[in-house]
Design a protein around this ligand. Sequence first.
Ligand code: CO
Length: 134
Amino acid sequence: MEARGIHHVGIAVADLDEAVATYERYFGGRLEHRVRVEEQGVEAASIRVGASRVELLAPLGDDTPVGKFLARRGPGMHHVAYAVDDVGAAIRELARHGAELIDEAPRRGMFGLEVAFVHPDSVHGVLTEVVSSG
Ligand code: CO
């Protein structure tokens, strides 16, 4: 599988409004989407920075995946997402190469795109997402 490139970098933050303002002010970021996903315990903002994108993730509570991440590691880099043509084909190939998958099948991600996650132990400590580039 050859990824098209980095689709976005996911960053865990404590305060989403403040983080969006930081990326707008410091880097000329433009808010692309903002969504609250109760079942994933997260509110997310997708920010375009030039040709690139960052995904800011704020927890809806302490007992959520991002809430636990913040408690353990503090704010900062959460994951890297690679754009691929076909998420299903990408995860089959990753599995064939021995990668440990968190998602055994593609699922619907935050902004309506198909995604799947690969365990950080398989990617040198980096939680890794593959996302359909649409
Ligand atoms: Co992501």
